[in-house]
Design a protein around this ligand. Structure first.
Ligand SMILES: CC(=O)SCCNC(=O)CCNC(=O)[C@H](O)C(C)(C)COP(=O)(O)OP(=O)(O)OC[C@H]1O[C@@H](n2cnc3c(N)ncnc32)[C@H](O)[C@@H]1OP(=O)(O)O
Ligand SMILES: O=C(O)CCC(=O)C(=O)O
Length: 435
């Protein structure tokens, strides 16, 4: 049996269709729609910079107002090849004209809402046929004006795909065979399992688009209402999609979108052939979004949570101190982070010894090894445990506090203890003088 003992040993998974896959950012577009977020042009520009650093291939942006357009022009001014800046329009000539008015944009998304609820309730159209006509006219208009297109098939996971959506997509592909068909799981109803048929099963939809309709470019845009956005985005790639539309931290409407940082991590660490993305800026991006857009990141959130490389419990931290491979799924520096070894309620003596040694080594500038059974360590441990026993403490013990314990038990106490009593002192003196 092979022993897997190092990050480089671990086998990577292969994408079954072996296609090249890409990422399209929607942080600046869907993310900016999140209630409570106001994205200034300077924020969009900073996000664009981060996307560029990572190597993301594409982003989409609104161009409806002066603020949107200011951000777009500033992005173009940077002169980067990647990410490509693309537009977003409803299926209307007016919106497409706005995209065309921005110099430099060569591709646009076109919103095509396909569920009956959207066609009848939202848009007030008289029939599916009327919706189809509107959408085909829009893509024809965009193509005629020289734009590359991306058709955003909104609410496809609640639509009548066989009777309405697929036949319409066939017509779309006749107009623009290279269009990117974006499967929008607008309310997060999709599931990633292959044996679930339409409208819910992402695999069956991707299979149909690819194998029956011959779509060359397929993208997923998945919302997280049922917590399946990442699984569905990955299912997209697994069944042959070549694009995934994602947002940083999953910001977006309601429960948000599939998280870009999670997908990036999964691809780069677990899937063969994904060295192309640089994940190091991820910690900075998370800090930026938390600070500038006022989003609280839970401590245990994958990839960006404060705790993902923090170890407190006895068994985990003693393992990590010996070899981080024991309890760290990937190296902290992969995502621009550092490891933290903490002493807290669930710690054992091993981690305490590690912290105490660190302080002693720093204070005395020598390499000291303390025995795990050293009574001074036990005393510190019992003092710390009593804080938790008496419910005086919620948090971990800070490095400053460990330093005080070290000073108390390892530096001062021996001096105090070694001071002889008066009787001992005179006895020693007498002995020295030979009485
Ligand atoms: C699922 C999504 O994330 S879709 C993107 C959602 N994002 C946003 O809405 C943010 C950007 N939106 C905006 O700035 C504005 O809504 C604008 C500029 C697009 C339009 O503004 P307004 O003219 O004031 O329209 P309003 O916002 O009230 O309503 C949206 C309109 O879009 C229409 N619309 C919805 N889907 C589509 C579609 N696929 N194609 C064409 N029009 C559509 C609606 O029918 C509605 O028009 P109506 O009131 O005539 O029925
Ligand atoms: O532009 C799109 O991706 C379609 C609208 C959308 O954001 C969605 O379906 O969630």
């Amino acid at each position: 049996m092979k022993v897997y003992s190092d990050y480089d040993d671990l086998p990577k998974i292969k994408l079954p269709h072996n296609q090249e896959v890409f990422i399209s950012d929607s942080t600046i577009r869907d993310g900016s729609q999140m209630p409570g977020i106001v994205m200034k042009p300077s924020h969009k520009l900073q996000i664009y910079e981060y996307l560029h650093e990572i190597g993301i291939e594409k982003l989409e942006t609104f161009v409806f107002n002066e603020r949107d357009r200011k951000a777009v022009y500033e992005m173009f001014d940077r002169g980067y090849e990647k990410p490509e800046i693309t537009g977003w329009a409803r299926s209307s000539e007016k919106d497409i004209d706005m995209v065309l008015d921005v110099d430099g944009i060569e591709e646009t998304g076109l919103l095509m809402s396909v569920s009956d609820s959207h066609i009848f309730d939202k848009m007030g159209l008289p029939s599916r046929e009327a919706a189809e006509e509107k959408y085909l006219n829009a893509i024809q208009y965009a193509v005629d004006h020289g734009l590359r297109t991306r058709v955003h098939i909104e609410d496809m996971t609640r639509a009548d795909n066989y009777n309405f959506v697929y036949p319409m997509i066939e017509k779309i592909l006749e107009i623009d065979p290279e269009t990117t068909v974006r499967v929008c799981d607008t309310l997060g109803y999709g599931v990633p399992f292959p044996d679930v048929d339409e409208p819910y099963g992402l695999p069956s939809m991707i299979n149909h688009l690819k194998n029956e309709l011959g779509a060359i470019n397929i993208e997923t845009h998945i919302h997280d209402d049922f917590g399946l956005s990442l699984a569905n985005s990955l299912a997209g790639y697994w069944y042959g999609a070549n694009w995934s539309s994602l947002t940083f931290l999953g910001v977006g409407e309601r429960a948000g979108n599939a998280e870009m940082e999670k997908l990036l991590l999964f691809l780069s660490q677990r899937v063969e052939g994904f060295e192309k993305y640089n994940l190091e800026p991820i910690a900075d991006i998370a800090n930026f979004i938390e600070k500038e857009l006022d989003i609280r990141i839970p401590k245990n959130k994958a990839v960006v949570g404060k705790n993902i490389f923090a170890h407190e419990s006895g068994i985990h931290s003693s393992g990590v101190i010996k070899n981080p491979f024991t309890y760290e799924p990937f190296k902290p520096e992969t995502v621009g982070r550092e490891r933290e070894i903490l002493v807290g309620e669930s710690s054992g003596v091993g981690v305490l010894r590690h912290k105490v040694q660190e302080v002693l080594n720093e204070l005395m500038d020598v390499n000291t090894e303390i025995d795990k059974n050293d009574p001074r360590l036990k005393k510190i441990q019992s003092e710390i445990q009593s804080l938790y026993d008496n419910e005086q403490r919620q948090s971990c013990i800070s490095d400053e506090e460990i330093r005080s314990y070290v000073q108390k038990y390892f530096l001062y106490e021996p001096l105090v203890k070694n001071k002889p009593s008066k009787k001992e002192y005179y006895k020693e003196n007498d002995e020295n003088r030979g009485y």
